[in-house]
Design a protein around this ligand. Structure first.
Ligand code: NIG
Ligand code: FE
Length: 421
């Protein structure tokens, strides 16, 4: 689709301070889902100037943004969007003093969502996910990672991944899927964790790879999840089938999962509240992104802060995601997570925005094509009725999203329409 965007103020999120400052009025040309030209009035961005590529007669559609902010489409790089059931009862239990780990050990927690998810059909899972998906889209999201992990059988993990992929047919959004069969030990394998890991490596990973239902594999490396040796077996199998790896690591204790993820050149190590300096150094020597999940930190009333200052010192890029799930982060709004990253973790609004654009793209393996407004990159944008990008982290719930553009297709969220020319 061809689209000419006129009268936009761009926040490109290209490297450095400059990428965070809104430009003067700009035009952006889109062809076949990619950004082909950018021209900024009065600014010397000659490398991206190409007036002939921006002539209105070259496009069949145009949109006048009337000076509104045009930013990269936001990227939610860690979600558990697909699930059935609800865990408000456990929220209540926790507030009556029962710890999250104890609820899990009593067969609640992840396993209660597993029971409900196994009973649901693929169609039901899609229907249940749509309101949550709509929440994310209304917060400016154009790309979402979705994990399995509430099926824990071959058939139910595959069902979850298919449901996740099917969301692309329901809404304008890009979905990336991750196999998280190693999320919890299913009841059928009680006391046989190594056998379940074998099943994941021998059967679930090969099928997910063969059917192209996932591009990466994740493991919950934790005392209530899987140990380091089991995590490594899953990573090895993933690599064997050409899939990338990711970890839920150092969320409740320091197990060394982050360093292992870095060693396997993982896309990201996520949560990391209990990460120590050694782990941060391991990240700094790899391309693995540190993904912060402030919603889970907040909802579990965690007090151990992730090592933000060490991550800065060692120049480890930080991403931010919702982790939306029924147990630890029931929040379908990525800008709320930006706000929490600032208030709870003391990220700056600029770091928060980088965490849901450029660094989130890297956490999904799309560092070279998404998360930044740049010629050659995917034409994925969010359009905002705000003056400065810091407003995104500052205010919550004010419905400032005007529209989104996904692969060059415009979706109006507030009435501003594009026109055919
Ligand atoms: O990312 N940490 C493990 N998994 C999820 C929680 C899942 C659940 O409680 O249902 C998380 O926090
Ligand atoms: Fe998670």
């Amino acid at each position: 689709m061809d689209l000419l965007i006129e009268n936009a103020r761009l926040v490109t999120m290209q490297e450095g301070e400059q990428g965070y400052l809104p430009t003067l009025i700009a035009r952006v040309g889109i062809r076949s889902g990619k950004i082909v030209a950018i021209s900024t009035t009065g600014q010397g961005k000659d490398n991206e100037h190409n007036e002939s590529l921006l002539a209105p007669d070259q496009y069949n559609q145009a949109i006048d943004l009337q000076g509104k902010l045009l930013m990269p489409g936001l990227i939610d790089c860690h979600t558990h969007l697909i699930y059935a059931g609800n865990r408000a009862n456990e929220f209540e239990m926790r507030l009556n003093g029962v710890p999250y780990e104890d609820i899990a050990k009593q067969g609640g927690g992840i396993l209660s969502t597993v029971n409900a998810t196994r009973k649901a059909t693929e169609e039901q899972l899609i229907e249940l996910a749509l309101p949550r998906l709509d929440g994310l889209l209304a917060s400016g999201v154009t790309s979402i990672e979705v994990k399995s992990g509430y099926g824990l059988t071959l058939q139910d993990e595959i069902k979850m991944l298919r449901a996740a992929k099917a969301l692309e047919q329901q809404r304008k959004v890009k979905i990336t899927t991750t196999l998280l069969a190693a999320h919890a030990l299913p009841a059928e394998y009680k006391y046989r964790a190594d056998d379940y890991i074998q099943h994941i490596c021998d059967d679930i990973i090969p099928l997910a790879a063969e059917e192209k239902l996932a591009t990466s594999v994740d493991v919950f490396c934790e005392s209530i999840g899987f140990n380091l040796a089991q995590t490594e077996r899953v990573f090895q199998a993933a690599k064997q089938y050409g899939l990338s790896v990711k970890g839920h690591t150092e969320q409740l204790s320091n197990m060394g999962g982050t360093a292992l993820t870095a060693q396997y050149n993982g896309l990201s190590a996520d949560h990391i509240e209990y990460l120590d300096e050694q782990g941060v150094i391991a990240l700094s020597k790899s391309d693995t992104i540190a993904t912060l999940l402030p919603g889970a930190f907040y909802f579990l009333r965690e007090t151990q802060l992730p090592p933000i200052e060490l991550l800065r010192q060692h120049q480890v890029p930080m991403a931010i995601a919702t982790d939306i799930n029924p147990g630890t982060s029931p929040f379908a709004d990525l800008t709320l997570m930006m706000n929490m990253a600032c208030t709870l973790f003391q990220l700056t609004p600029q770091e928060a925005l980088r965490g849901v654009t450029q660094n989130a793209a890297k956490a999904l393996g799309y560092g070279g094509s998404r998360g930044v407004i740049k010629v050659g990159f995917d034409a994925d944008f969010s359009i905002w009725d705000i003056d400065h990008p810091a407003d995104l982290s500052y205010q919550v719930g004010a419905k400032r999203l005007i529209g989104r553009i996904v692969n060059g297709d415009y979706v109006s969220h507030k009435g501003l329409q594009h026109v055919s020319i």
